[in-house]
Structures are given as structure tokens and as C-alpha cells.
Write a new protein. Structure first.
Lengths: 112, 114
């Protein structure tokens, strides 16, 4: 079963602009993670945010978590062509199966 | 660190043949995961191991799929016999903190069954 759903499915912006992707989920979580996947490559972990945290930063990445709305957002500031990739959120439920459940991803294209 | 290593990177086979995918996790990681990624179903967890012991194989699609982890540095995913619907990218991942913590993915094996 799919827990996280990303929105939008695809996003195309100009280099230098900010990109925002959203993830909604259904059940209570232990943590939420964001991963990046470049074309033809494996997933790369970006950020993990726990249920008691509201915001985390890593370089040009900012992740927020709103447990009351069961949603998270990933903001990439000052985008670069190298940021072109698919971005996935993955949720770890508090109850239920002990595993990460990945959404379908947002395909981000940065135009030079 | 070399990261998670998978082989082969690409595999083309004919329906009915046996396929074996291999994975070497990051040294020291005690969890190993096998995932399958397709356009239709996204990324699905097939099975994961903790300290070489299979913990959850509920994602294994059917008896044609089997996975083993004979030691801490090696795992295989076998499909026998293979079918065209098995065509997908298969990822191996490992982690240190548990199945809900950060996972480190290999480059994947792209399987095409004709």
C-alpha cells in the first residue's frame, strides 16, 4: 500500500528558481525521509525528519513536517541543472509493518 | 567506502531462464533490503534481512522469487523461472539503524526478460 503521495508529479523550472515539492501521507509516522534519484541511478538519501521535528535544513534543502496535516514539503533553493532528478518521500509508520514506504515521486527538471 | 555494490548492472534473459542478482552491502550495516522499481508500481520492498536473517518477505511476489544472505557481505535475489512481467530495476539497499532509518541504495540491476 502506498503511504506517501508526492505533488506535483512533475515540475519544470528555470535555473536559479526555488523548487517546492509536497508529500502527503495517511497514518501516523515515526519519521519521513526524502530521497533523490538521478536517471538510471540508485536513490540517494537527502534528509530524515522525525515526527517531533518541524523543520530541517541541509545546504540548499529545507524540509518541513506538519503532522497535524500529515504532510511534508521539500524546498530546493537556487536550483541548479544538477538538481534535475526524481524526488521521493518515504514514510516510516509508527504501527504496522517496519519498513519505509515510498511515494511515486516528483520529476523535477531544471532548465538552464 | 565503496557503497552498496550490485551486479550485474544490466541483465537480458529469455522467459523461463534463471536470473541471479547479487548485492554487497556497506560494511558494518546489519540490514539489507531488496526493492523492485517499475513505472506502474513504483518502488516496492520485496524482502529485508537483519544480521543475515530474513525478517519480512511479504513483498516477494511469488514462489519464483527467492533471496538469501549467506553472510554479512553478500546477498542474492533469484528468479526462477523468469517471466516478462519481472522486467524491472532491482535495487539493493543497506542500513545501520533499522528498517525505518536511512537507507543506502546500490546502483540497481536493470532486468529485461524477453
Amino acid at each position: 500500500s502506498q503511504q506517501g503521495e508526492e505533488d506535483p508529479q512533475a515540475l519544470s523550472i528555470q535555473e536559479g528558481e526555488n523548487a517546492t515539492m509536497n508529500c502527503s501521507y495517511k497514518t501516523s509516522i515515526n519519521n519521513l525521509q526524502w530521497y533523490r534519484q538521478n536517471s538510471g541511478r540508485g536513490l540517494v538519501h537527502l534528509i530524515l525528519i522525525r515526527s517531533n521535528e518541524r523543520e530541517k535544513h541541509s545546504g540548499r534543502l529545507r524540509v518541513t513536517l506538519d503532522t497535524s496535516k500529515k504532510s511534508s514539503s521539500l524546498l530546493i533553493t537556487a536550483s541548479r541543472a544538477a538538481d534535475t532528478a526524481s524526488y521521493f518521500c518515504a514514510t516510516a509508520e509508527i504501527q504496522g509493518a517496519q519498513k519505509l514506504v515510498f511515494g511515486q515521486g516528483t520529476r523535477l527538471t531544471i532548465n538552464p | 567506502d565503496a557503497g552498496v555494490i550490485q551486479s550485474p548492472r544490466h541483465e537480458v534473459t529469455e522467459m523461463g531462464q534463471e536470473v541471479t542478482l547479487r548485492c554487497k552491502p556497506i560494511s558494518g550495516h546489519d540490514y539489507l533490503f531488496w526493492y523492485r522499481q517499475t513505472m506502474m508500481r513504483g518502488l516496492e520492498l520485496l524482502i529485508y534481512f537483519n544480521n543475515n536473517v530474513p525478517i519480512d518477505d511479504s513483498g516477494m511476489p511469488e514462489d519464483r522469487f527467492s533471496a538469501k544472505m549467506p553472510n554479512a557481505s553478500f546477498s542474492t535475489l533469484k528468479i526462477q523461472p523468469s517471466e516478462p512481467r519481472d522486467s524491472a530495476v532491482y535495487f539493493c539497499a543497506s542500513s545501520l539503524g533499522g528498517p525505518r532509518e536511512t537507507q543506502y541504495f546500490g546502483p540497481g540491476t536493470r532486468l529485461l526478460v524477453l
